[in-house]
Design a protein around this ligand. Structure first.
Ligand SMILES: Nc1nc2c(ncn2[C@@H]2O[C@H](COP(=O)(O)OP(=O)(O)OP(=O)(O)O)[C@@H](O)[C@H]2O)c(=O)[nH]1
Length: 285
């Protein structure tokens, strides 16, 4: 675990930047990944964001388990957050987020107007760990390539204010906000959604964990994808690698199953959501 307690300096800097701006902000839009809505939420934001209204947007709902997504929304609402889920790959989804923000802030803006304050745009700030979809969201809002997106964690760098319309402005994320690896479970879940390099944990461990989780929670899905049978009661691991390699025609290397290529295929499938829609954690855990 020690080697993944990284970049505390980055986090401190990001926290300072949030603290500097938070006074100007009406609402914090916190993006988390719907496949791991707890692990992908950085608890360090809590102390800086404290009493601002907070909208948790669970992105990548298209890749997550719908039933559990609803449970997580209910859970976060019960904790005093506003919460919703989106698929940012759909072109108009970002508008839903703006609508919800406006709805949440309607009363506040009306109160200001009543006091005779000058009309102004609402201001939101977007926070989220790498790879949750910040750039995708912001680019859609800005209707141009404002920031570079990528499937590699840590790509968001630009920092700016975007005028969405006359009533709404968005402050971009301050710096790179790394996840907090409070426990091995959290590190594992973040690796399973592709937000940190898998190599941070032994890849075989991740593979074994994922296969067991799928067999227990999403029975039949692995079997369907790879035409294999996994019996967790038996010594299944080697057989599982061998069967996937055989069925998917992954060539052996000097007569030995090419485990690395099996894992490459498996993780690509996992991240692309082609095995099934998966959520890696439950609200009550
Ligand atoms: N399937 C799916 N993919 C998404 C969704 N939102 C974002 N993505 C993809 O997730 C990847 C990461 O998205 P980014 O917008 O770059 O994430 P980011 O939070 O800006 O990441 P950093 O730049 O690393 O901070 C990209 O490949 C996006 O296309 C979503 O709702 N569904």
């Amino acid at each position: 675990m020690a080697q993944i307690q990284w970049f505390p300096g980055h986090m401190a800097k990001a926290k300072r930047e949030i603290a500097d701006k938070i006074k100007l902000i009406d609402i914090v839009v916190e993006l988390v990944d719907a496949r791991a809505p707890y692990s992908s939420k950085n608890p360090l934001f809590n102390s800086v964001v404290n009493n601002k209204p907070r909208l948790i947007v669970m992105t990548k709902e298209d890749l997550a388990d719908d039933k559990l997504t609803q449970k997580w929304i209910d859970f976060y609402k019960s904790k005093g957050y506003y919460a919703m889920s989106v698929n940012l790959k759909q072109f108009n989804e970002y508008k839903k987020i703006i609508q919800v923000c406006k709805e949440i802030l309607k009363d506040k803006m009306a109160r200001e107007a009543k006091k005779g304050l000058k009309p102004r745009a609402m201001r939101a700030m977007v926070l989220g760990i790498p790879n949750v979809g910040k750039s995708t969201f912001i680019n859609r809002l800005a209707k141009r390539k404002a920031t570079v997106t990528g499937n590699k964690p840590g790509v968001t760098k630009a920092q700016q204010i975007i005028k969405v319309d006359k009533d709404f402005e968005l402050f971009d994320t301050p710096g790179v906000l790394w996840p907090k690896f409070e426990s091995e479970d959290i590190a594992r879940n973040i690796a399973l959604i592709g937000s940190i390099k898998q190599q941070i944990l032994p890849r075989e461990d991740l593979f074994i964990y994922a296969v067991e989780y799928l067999v227990k929670n999403y029975p039949g899905t692995l079997e369907n994808r790879y035409q294999i049978a996994v019996d967790l009661q038996s010594d299944w691991v080697e057989k599982c690698y061998d069967d996937i390699a055989f069925n998917k025609k992954i060539k052996p290397v000097r007569g030995i199953t090419d485990y690395e290529r099996v894992m490459d295929m498996f993780f690509t499938d996992l991240f692309d959501g082609v095995i099934t829609k998966i959520t890696w954690e439950l609200p009550n855990e």
